[in-house]
Design a protein around this ligand. Sequence first.
Ligand SMILES: Nc1ncnc2c1ncn2[C@@H]1O[C@H](COP(=O)(O)OP(=O)(O)OP(=O)(O)O)[C@@H](O)[C@H]1O
Ligand SMILES: [Mg+2]
Length: 283
Amino acid sequence: MSRPIVLQIDRVRTGYGKIPALTDVSLRVPEGAVVAVLGSNGAGKSTLLRVASGAMPCWAGRVLVNGKDIRGKSGWKVAREGVCYIPEGGGVFQELSVADNLDLAQRGGRVSPAALRELYELFPILGKRRDQSAGSLSGGEKRMLALGRAVLLRPKIVMLDEPSLGLAPIVVDQVFETLRVLHAEGTALLVVEQFAARALELADFAWVLAKGRVAFRGWPTQLEDPSVLEAAYLGKARAARDLAEAATSAADATAAPGPGITRHSVAAGGGVAAHRNSSEGTD
Ligand SMILES: Nc1ncnc2c1ncn2[C@@H]1O[C@H](COP(=O)(O)OP(=O)(O)OP(=O)(O)O)[C@@H](O)[C@H]1O
Ligand SMILES: [Mg+2]
């Protein structure tokens, strides 16, 4: 049985002034799933997150969160539906201290001492900086604080724009470890990332945008083939799909799928038919 859809984007069109940035873009995130959105600079990835979080209106199409249309709703109303949007380099209240940022994350009251202790164990640096204003944190520390807020909020879905951008490799590891914690707790993730390999490692489904359109959607393993990735990045949607299907069929020839197929068995050569039969990650 397919999981309920926490985020559904249907044929969205939007842009800046009169210039379109997204055209006819559809995407779904099932409950608890990790969806990676890739694409070159200017492809429309950040715009997609803005629309999905209610930070920007759509010209056409619709966005549903837990089945509810968010058109006309402000960002904070969308947040109340269980959406946590972490924009590039943001997601914190700059003027407030680290401790106050975390307090605010806990709706309706102060964070329980136990929850805070757990969080400070996960991010010791936040404990050390608890009285410092968020605005004075380094880029990596700010990212930790934004993720820490997400851990306390326990939203249905966290949307992250370039979570590893500009961070030292060791901090990137910590960021992805936290995403794994959120995922393990059942939070769905919509991750926009330049660091394709890291995002694909974590993802259940992958989308590639090119020039504001969907150029590919499928399994992360399909994008491990450089020819598929290249075609998708260049916006050659048909070529990317054909190449991905050809590679998967070749794998089928050596391993026939059995009953109870999972994404991971498919990734290991189970076949594209199981993907077609599943409603998850397709539109
Ligand atoms: N505030 C803005 N005003 C005008 N045009 C914008 C604005 N933000 C983005 N755009 C344009 O919309 C298009 C998509 O931009 P977007 O930021 O969504 O791309 P992106 O895929 O996130 O790129 P990057 O990988 O560089 O972050 C680009 O052509 C960009 O120039
Ligand atoms: Mg961007």
